[in-house]
Design a protein around this ligand. Structure first.
Ligand SMILES: Cc1cc2nc3c(=O)[nH]c(=O)nc-3n(C[C@H](O)[C@H](O)[C@H](O)COP(=O)(O)OP(=O)(O)OC[C@H]3O[C@@H](n4cnc5c(N)ncnc54)[C@H](O)[C@@H]3O)c2cc1C
Length: 436
């Protein structure tokens, strides 16, 4: 929060969304399709956030085993991406993302919906009158500019706008440790027929890595092997290795993370080429432009979701969607036992068929600000349930709900607390959202 500055206004809208990742896209499409004038501000030149600029390989499973629970915008985008990728959408499985197809699809969808997108703007301050945000300030190619609006949505994933507006937040565990990030990457030149045949004989990439670890010859102390996911006949995207001990909201730490992340990717490229059948000619094509940071701020909201909500498969009167992804807290350190535990907890907390928990609207309302909503990775939650809510399908769902709520709030002097759960849920159901 800063003193009011006399700066040129770059743009104005009823609903201003900061961040064009899953939450921001959900919000922008839902708000624009509900008739609002919507501005979507994104620091990069592409929409999709970690799904595209971050090269995260897959959408988490979209079904609770009985139905596709992330209805509305996510379902529409996922089905259309699968159609363009010429693959069957497997709702109970992880869905590979082709980032170039997805980027293009998002461009088309925002243009069709009439969302005004501004790329290359980095929001870096907020201007408030009391507890109401009047404008965000952004570094643009022509200098520092104001963007004014009635309702704001913080879809930065980092709860940045909320923090700039004075909202309290939590970070990591009691000791301030957060999940370790990963630099995702794309590879080409893979013979998947050979790789799959070897995996069936027990020689998968994961099994081979484990053998090296046990022999003490693994090139990195990495006990949590995630994935290399096929996206076209000969290419794959990786989510491998971690950058330990990094703080995702510290510029110096982030810089170290990007460099260390690229080093780790090269180590894995070498591992695959030397050890894994089918990867003899693998080539690293690209590392991600956006580092895969899993955990930063969790804002203080009107309702703080907890692991107890996960355990009791909570139902809320103001719920705007449901989530069925397990507790998935990646380790903060190279401690082998801690790393192995991640996969054990993931398996142990998996829901049975048809089970899920509700996400209340109040978890997106930050304490202390009148006209701001925070969907996506930074919403109000304890660490355990955040590790479930942070995956992309629920981020689209909370984004979509924030977009519709922002339109309703714009008609109530921007006050997000004036939005009644009844009409909000009715509109969301009309968009295909699913909740109890
Ligand atoms: C390594 C890794 C692997 C993962 N694996 C999976 C997986 O397999 N499946 C799954 O479903 N989920 C996975 N996730 C989780 C998921 O990708 C993220 O939690 C999710 O993308 C968060 O969505 P979001 O919209 O909140 O934020 P993001 O996707 O981070 O999007 C935020 C957007 O805001 C923009 N932005 C940020 N700050 C500013 C600013 N100041 N000004 C302007 N723009 C700004 C960013 O450039 C970005 O486009 C993974 C995450 C990581 C890090």
């Amino acid at each position: 929060m800063i003193e009011k500055l006399n700066l040129p206004v770059l743009a104005d809208a009823d609903v201003v969304i900061v961040g064009g990742g899953p939450a921001g896209i959900g919000a922008a499409l839902a708000a624009a399709r509900s008739g609002a004038d919507v501005l979507l501000l994104e620091q990069f030149g592409t929409l999709g956030g970690l799904a595209t600029a971050g090269l995260v390989p897959m959408f988490a499973p979209t079904s609770d085993g009985e139905r596709m629970i992330y209805g509305g915008i996510f379902k529409e985008l996922n089905l259309e991406m699968c159609r363009r990728m010429k693959v069957e959408p497997w709702q109970e499985h992880w869905q590979a993302i082709n980032p170039e197809i997805f980027k293009r699809l998002l461009d088309e969808k925002v243009l069709e919906a009439g969302v005004r997108v501004i790329f290359g703007v980095k929001v870096c301050e907020a201007e408030l009158s009391g507890s109401r945000i009047d404008a965000v300030l952004a570094a643009t190619s022509t200098g520092l500019r104001k963007i004014t609006g009635r309702v704001f949505i913080d879809a930065t994933g980092d709860g940045l706008l909320a923090a700039l507006s004075g909202v309290d937040f939590e970070y990591g565990d009691e000791a301030g440790n957060a999940m370790s990030p990963t630099m995702c990457a794309q590879f080409a030149g893979i013979d998947f027929e050979k790789a799959n045949a070897a995996a069936e004989q027990g020689h998968s990439d994961r099994a081979i890595w484990q053998e090296l670890l046990e022999a003490g010859t693994a090139p990195l102390p990495e006990h949590h092997f995630v994935c290399m996911k096929q996206i076209t006949p000969t290419t794959a995207t990786s989510n491998l290795g971690h950058i330990y001990g990094m703080n995702g909201i510290d510029e110096f730490e982030l810089t170290r993370g990007y460099m260390e992340g690229r080093r780790v990717v090269h180590v894995f490229e070498q591992f695959y080429r030397e050890h894994v059948p089918g990867f003899e000619n693998v080539t690293l094509v690209s590392t991600a432009a956006l580092l895969g940071v899993r955990e930063t701020r969790r804002i203080r909201g009107e309702y703080r979701m907890t692991v107890e909500d996960y355990r009791r498969r909570a139902v809320f009167s103001d719920e705007i969607g449901r989530c069925c992804y397990p507790i998935d807290i990646h380790s903060a350190s190279t401690n082998a036992e801690e790393q192995k535990q991640v996969e054990q907890v993931l398996d142990a907390t998996r829901f049975h068929r048809g089970e899920s928990y509700g996400i209340p609207y109040r978890a997106m309302i930050p304490v202390g600000v009148i006209n701001l909503l925070v969907p996506g990775r930074a919403l109000s939650a304890d660490r355990a349930i955040q590790s479930s809510l942070r995956v992309m399908p629920p981020c689209f769902v909370t984004g979509q709900a924030a977009g519709v709520a922002a339109v309703l709030a714009a008609g109530a002097a921007g006050e997000v607390r004036a939005v009644d759960a009844g009409p909000l849920r009715e509109r969301l159901a009309g968009l295909g959202a699913w909740f109890r």
